[in-house]
Ligand binder design. Structure first.
Ligand code: THU
Length: 134
């Protein structure tokens, strides 16, 4: 499947509208292209016990794994209040479990040119499964 940032950004923007953000008011949506071509999307889910909040990327990973996929070929992240919302450190690590260093990451909004980076640029020297078998 071709890497289509607009399709991914549209999916991320749509799921972002379902974010549960009563505490921060900061809605985020993430969309992951699975190896089979399907899009898996999720939004952030906050909790009154603040530290139990789940980021949009983690939600999308859960959707992808539940669909039976474990490889990501492209990532898009959309936030309502920030034009280019970078994934937090924890989510960079979560995404690296399923994506390669050259996997494109699009930060932006549907209908505009996104900022394009890669997971390797966002998380250099990533700790991965290879380290455990060394
Ligand atoms: N958030 C995400 O969903 N993804 C990130 O990578 C950064 C932060 C959410 C968590 C929380 O609900 C809100 O943004 C403010 O931190």
């Amino acid at each position: 499947m071709a890497d289509d940032p607009q399709e991914l950004l549209t999916a991320a923007g749509a799921v972002m509208r379902h974010a549960h953000v009563p505490y921060s008011g900061f809605s985020v949506g993430a969309a992951l292209r699975g190896q089979g071509g399907a899009i898996h999307a999720g939004a952030n889910v906050e909790n009154a016990s603040y530290s139990q909040t789940q980021c949009a990327e983690a939600s999308a990973i859960g959707v992808m794994v539940a669909a039976g996929e474990t490889r990501i070929t492209a990532i898009a992240i959309v936030a309502e209040k920030l034009e280019h919302c970078p994934p937090c450190g924890g989510c960079r690590q979560r995404l690296s479990e399923f994506a390669a260093a050259d996997t494109p990451v699009y930060l932006g909004r549907p209908g505009s040119e996104p900022l394009r980076t890669t997971l390797g640029e966002l998380l250099p020297l990533a700790f991965g499964s290879g380290a455990l078998s060394s």
